[in-house]
Design a binder for this molecule. Structure first.
Ligand code: AMP
Length: 116
């Protein structure tokens, strides 16, 4: 946990979020500034800055995150129409919150969605 990380604060319950799913290792909540009709974030409870910081021992956690994305997408009803999964890695790649997270965007239709 990192004191000033906004996502760690959500995990600790210090600031509110619309949480969709949570277990011991992963959490998912709706993005506060959605870029698509459905836009939620899936992230590890443990503070890892980005994919660049993953270690070999994080492989199970990454599997849980991917399977979590699949199950949460089913739960929110975007499974059949499809969805986009994006992770920005590093400030120069557009990462604003330095706690690894996967954007999941659904019901895209004709909304321009090439840039998050
Ligand atoms: P990124 O640019 O990949 O780091 O994306 C960070 C995302 O976090 C953005 O899409 C923000 O809208 C979202 N975000 C920032 N603060 C919050 C918050 N308090 N609750 C939910 N989403 C947030």
């Amino acid at each position: 946990m990192v004191k000033d990380c906004i996502f760690c604060k959500i995990i600790r319950g210090e600031i509110p979020a619309e949480i969709i799913f949570r277990d011991e290792n992963i959490i998912a909540f709706h993005d506060i500034n959605p870029k698509a009709p459905v836009h939620f974030l899936v992230l590890p409870v443990v503070h890892i800055e980005s994919i660049r910081d993953l270690k070999d021992e994080d492989s199970n956690l990454m599997g849980e995150l991917m399977l979590g994305i699949k199950k949460i997408a089913q739960k929110v009803g975007i499974d059949k129409t499809g969805y986009k999964v994006i992770a920005n890695n590093g400030i120069l790649a557009g990462q604003l919150v330095l706690h690894l997270h996967f954007h999941v965007l659904g019901k895209l239709g004709k909304v321009p969605h090439w840039q998050i």
